[in-house]
Ligand binder design. Structure first.
Ligand code: ZN
Ligand code: ZN
Ligand code: FE
Length: 762
């Protein structure tokens, strides 16, 4: 691939070993010919993969013998005309150890320079405007290199040979501190209450302001963050109020692993994830002693922590000397701001000061969010640091260039050709014009970057998704409609290089079912081509449709009604835990909707079952972010509780039914009898795990397979996932969970691509 220093690395290695020949990039990857003594050639082959530069991803190395031609010196050759590399752009990478050393070395010419980078690190995807990956086609185009930088750039022996974003204080981007109105804060005459020492640099002044309790908007790699002290209750509360974000946890940034481990419990997996060049936000159990304001993550047992991933972050964290809140630069659910004017206007009411710079961000790219579950990486969001890394397609791959448009919430899209697929950055919820525009722009950008002119376009079956409408508007392409939960199943199979068949337990909030109802608790038997629904959760009404998603108490009503004596005209009484929190008249109205079915579609969603149980326990009768009720219900679990509720598993017409109605009755009785919410939450989680394992084991034997896929957004629940994996393994089954993509809808586009590729190959 380009931009990771592979060719100069091969060049240096060949010269070190006294070999002649050449190296170049072509459409298949890197090609080299080396000529010399047998021992030297053997050593070259031995070392070429092992010592590859840090950002290079080696899929395989193939070597053939050629007759000697008397090659003289070793050369780097230009790419053959018209052949672009298949992986022309790599993900953004945190500063490498060499750059960090220089950043903090007073003798270095880049001492404290916030844009230091080299071939082994720095911005990539977020600054690329087009291909080939070349400075003029990045947002660095406006900066002409000074002679010192140019000399590094031209020298194959230098760490900055062909480092496209190469820059220094003399020639590169600059950082500035602006007041809320966008007016520069004169660093030589700073307001006393903000800066004590006017002689220090802009970043130091910003760090001082943070220490004094200010809220700063900080331009990062893929967009703006809002930052403040993590331990300052007043500052965090102010940020929450101004951002209109009620409960959703804020991410934190700590200077290094040691500081991070003062906040959260870190196993070796979490440490590895935190320190990786991708620098995701890692969710880990919070330490009781963590010096973190309560308002950072109310009612959460975990904190999201990341390490600095740009030189600017390193300087800021070193200056502040304490962990910072680093949350997305937006109001409420809007996309994060990444263009300067937009940030100044949208974040003007939130931030006291702005840390800006003049290197534009081309593509808005949110922080990635991961967790380590049962020894494996689980993505909650895959974006900055991982995008646009390629993910393979199994078998023959895509027979023709392909685009998959994804779902609606947490959406991504995916382009593919041959054996490779490229899943986009996190676009967000495709509800409005702005996200739709960034979706459409993103598709165009990826089509250009990866030279994919789609002939096949895959889409969800939901007719109202903007992504579906976008697909249907493309002319002259072959359309492939893919059922939502089948896409979840296929995504997991395909990323593991498998084609199935497998049993899939696919649990999520909402997906358009093949029968037109709202699915979300599905047991599927299928492969990349097709599937059968071999079981599901008992369906209930979604009283008031979309409104039931924001108001879990409505689902409590629907489930209580379903659990009661059928045919009875009595309205279930408002549960004790909801007294004074839900209007009794509204309750009666919602029960009426659920009974009549008016404006209340039928759903088998497991996500909505979690909502109902949370509300019955008095947790989250209303939510203000997606998945909140399930998150808080899991957080409430009493770890010492071992009992579980009954879930009936019945077989009818060759299909399994998971029936939790008896459990709902038991939960209502327990809560009424004063059983603690933590115990109820635990018994519920044990019940769902038990039912999932039982159902999958039954179906696996019925369909003679040992392969089980667990996916869908509900599996973001750590208890549910670890419990189900353990139970299924104990039953002798092979369990697959998503590792390279989220279990939630961020993985849908890739699943659609895998299915469309399978269906159109033959
Ligand atoms: Zn570097
Ligand atoms: Zn320079
Ligand atoms: Fe889904």
């Amino acid at each position: 691939m380009q931009g990771v220093g592979f060719r100069p690395y091969v060049y240096r290695l060949a010269r070190e070993l006294g070999l002649g020949g050449w190296v170049l990039n072509d459409a298949r990857g890197v090609m080299a010919e080396v000529e010399g003594g047998a021992g030297s050639v053997a050593r070259f082959l031995e070392r070429v993969g092992r010592e590859a530069p840090p950002l290079a991803v080696l899929e395989r190395i193939r070597a053939d013998e050629l007759p000697p031609i008397g090659a003289g010196s070793f050369q780097i050759l230009p790419s053959p005309h018209g052949e672009a590399a298949d992986a022309p752009v790599t993900p953004d990478s945190a500063p490498c150890p060499d750059c960090l050393r220089e950043l903090f070395d007073p003798a270095d010419r880049r001492f404290r320079y916030p844009f230091i980078n080299c071939t082994n690190c720095g911005p990539r995807f977020t600054i690329v405007r087009g291909v080939p990956y070349d400075r003029l086609l990045t947002t660095m185009a406006a900066f002409a290199m000074c002679p010192a930088c140019q000399a590094e750039y031209d020298d194959p022996d230098d760490r900055r040979f062909h480092a496209q974003p190469n820059a220094c204080p003399a020639c590169g981007p600059r950082v500035a501190l602006l007041g809320a109105g966008g007016v520069p804060v004169d660093r030589h005459q700073p307001p006393d209450h903000l800066f004590g020492n006017g002689s220090r640099d802009v970043v130091a002044a910003a760090a001082d302001a943070l220490c004094d309790g200010a809220i700063l908007a900080v331009k990062g790699v893929g967009g703006y963050h809002l930052a403040c002290r993590a331990d300052d209750e007043a500052a965090v509360a102010r940020l929450r109020a101004r951002k209109c974000r009620e409960d959703k946890p804020f991410a934190l940034m700590a200077a290094d692993l040691e500081r991070a481990s003062e906040l959260v419990l870190l196993g070796s997996d979490e440490q590895e994830l935190l320190a990786s060049p991708e620098r995701p936000i890692v969710l880990a159990p919070r330490r009781p002693t963590a010096a973190v304001a309560r308002a950072v993550a109310p009612r959460s047992t975990e904190l999201g922590v990341m390490l600095p991933y740009s030189p600017l972050h390193h300087l800021l964290l070193a200056g502040a000397g304490r962990p910072l809140v680093m949350t997305s630069g937006n109001v409420s659910d809007e996309p994060i701001a990444y263009r300067d004017e937009d940030a100044l206007s949208r974040l003007g009411q939130i931030a006291d000061l702005f840390v800006v710079h003049d290197r534009p961000i081309e593509t808005r790219t949110d922080d990635s969010v991961v967790r380590s579950v049962a020894g494996a990486r689980a993505f909650l969001r895959r974006s900055r640091g991982y995008v646009p890394g390629a993910i393979g397609l199994p078998g023959a791959g895509a027979p023709r260039p392909l685009l998959a448009c994804g779902a609606e919430l947490k959406s991504t899209f995916c382009v593919a050709k041959g054996a490779r697929a490229w899943v986009s950055h996190h676009i967000g919820d495709l509800h409005n014009y702005e996200t739709l525009r960034s979706f459409a722009d993103g598709v165009e950008h990826f089509q250009r970057l990866f030279a994919v002119a789609p002939e096949i376009v895959a889409h969800d079956l939901h007719p109202e998704y903007l992504s579906t409408k976008y697909a249907l508007e493309r002319d002259g392409v072959q359309l492939v409609g893919v059922q939502h939960h089948h896409a979840h199943l296929a995504a997991c199979l395909a990323e593991h290089g498998l084609g199935g068949p497998a049993i899939g337990a696919i649990f999520d909030g909402t997906g358009y079912g093949a029968d037109g109802t709202v699915w979300g608790g599905e047991l599927l038997h299928g492969d990349l081509d097709s599937f059968t629904r071999v079981g599901s959760l008992q369906a209930v009404r979604l009283p008031g449709g979309e409104r039931a998603i924001k108001q879990p108490w409505r689902m409590a009503g629907a489930w209580l009604l379903a659990a009661g004596d059928r045919g009875s005209e009595d309205t279930p009484p408002l549960p004790a835990a909801l007294l004074n929190r839900v209007d009794p008249a509204a309750w009666r109205q919602v029960i009426g909707l659920a009974r009549s079915g008016l404006a209340s579609p039928v759903t088998s969603s497991v996500g909505r079952l979690f909502d109902a149980v949370a509300a019955l326990c008095g947790i989250c009768p209303e939510v203000n972010y997606e998945g909140q009720a399930a998150v808080e219900l899991e957080a409430a679990c009493d770890p010492h509780e071992r009992r579980r509720y009954p879930v009936a598993l019945t077989s009818a017409g060759g299909s399994l039914l998971l029936d939790p109605r008896e459990m709902i009755g038991a939960i209502a009785a327990d809560v009424a009898a004063g059983v603690a919410a933590g115990a109820v939450a635990s018994r519920f989680h044990h019940a769902v795990v038990h039912a999932t394992v039982d159902a999958c084991a039954t179906l696996a034997s019925r369909h003679a397979t040992e392969l089980v896929v667990l996916s869908g957004g509900v599996f973001a629940n750590r208890r549910l996932l670890t419990g189900s994996i353990a139970g299924l393994r104990a039953a002798g089954l092979r369990v697959l969970t998503p590792r390279r993509l989220p279990a939630g809808d961020g993985g849908i586009s890739y699943g659609q691509a895998a299915i469309a590729a399978a269906r159109t190959s033959s």
